[in-house]
Design a binder for this molecule. Structure first.
Ligand SMILES: CC(C)(COP(=O)(O)OP(=O)(O)OC[C@H]1O[C@@H](n2cnc3c(N)ncnc32)[C@H](O)[C@@H]1OP(=O)(O)O)[C@@H](O)C(=O)NCCC(=O)NCCS
Length: 170
C-alpha cells in the first residue's frame, strides 16, 4: 500500500465523496439513506460539522481521495453536546487494507482534541456492516446495545448495533 494521508475536507472533495457514499446508499444496508445524496446534501453536512467545531477529514492514498470521516451530533438536546456519532466511508476498492482503522484512529484523536468525551457508532446489524462492527470492536468500541427492525431497506426490516467508546476515560 502507498502512503495514506489525512487532511480537513474542502468543497472540492464533494464529487469524490458523493461517488463513495452514493455507491453504498444504492447497493448496501450500511447506510439507512435510501436516495442518493446531492452536492447540496454533502455541502450541508460539511457546514453542519464545521459549525459544531468537529473534525471532518478525508483520506488520500497516493494523492487520491479514498475515504472520509466525521463526527456529528448524536442527539440534539444540549446535555448531549460532548457525545458525538462517528461516520466513515471508504471507496469500495480501498477497503480491507487498514485504511479504515487509520481513519478511525485519526478521527478519535481529533475528536479528543475538540473536547469529545463519548463516541457512538450506530451500525446496521447486517452482513454488509460486519466489517464495520469488527473495525469498531478492534478500535476499542464496546457493543452497548441493539435495536431490532428500526429501518426498512431493500424490502427487509433492519436493526442496528450501538457501540460506544469513551475518549474521556482513556
Ligand atoms: C468499515 C470500513 C470503514 C472498514 O475499513 P477497512 O479499511 O476496510 O478496514 P481495515 O482494513 O482498517 O480493517 C480494520 C479491522 O476491521 C475488520 N475488517 C475489515 N474488513 C473486514 C471484513 N471484510 N470482514 C471482517 N472483518 C473486517 C478487521 O478485523 C480489521 O482488523 P485486522 O486487520 O486487525 O483483522 C470499510 O470497510 C467501509 O468503508 N465499509 C463501507 C462503509 C461502512 O460500513 N461504513 C461504516 C458505517 S457505520
Amino acid at each position: 500500500m502507498g502512503s495514506v494521508e489525512f487532511r480537513p475536507v474542502t468543497d472540492g472533495d464533494v464529487p469524490a465523496m458523493l461517488d463513495i457514499y452514493n455507491h453504498y446508499i444504492q447497493t448496501s444496508t450500511v447506510t439507512f439513506d435510501l436516495d442518493p445524496w446531492s452536492a447540496e446534501d454533502m455541502n450541508h453536512k460539511i457546514e453542519t460539522v464545521a459549525e459544531l467545531g468537529m473534525p471532518f477529514i478525508v483520506a488520500e492514498l497516493d494523492g487520491n481521495l479514498v475515504g472520509y470521516g466525521y463526527l456529528s451530533t448524536w442527539r440534539e438536546k444540549c446535555a448531549y453536546e460532548t457525545t458525538m456519532e462517528n461516520t466513515l466511508y471508504l471507496r469500495d476498492s480501498a477497503r480491507g487494507a487498514g485504511i479504515g482503522r487509520l481513519l478511525l484512529d485519526e478521527l478519535m484523536r481529533l475528536g479528543r482534541e475538540a473536547g469529545v468525551r463519548e463516541v457512538i457508532a450506530v451500525i446496521a446489524n447486517t452482513a454488509d456492516a460486519a466489517p464495520s462492527i469488527r473495525l469498531h470492536e478492534k478500535a476499542g468500541f464496546i457493543r452497548v446495545g441493539e435495536m431490532d427492525r428500526v429501518g426498512r431497506k431493500f424490502d427487509e426490516w433492519i436493526g442496528v448495533v450501538m457501540m460506544q467508546r469513551s475518549l474521556a476515560h482513556e
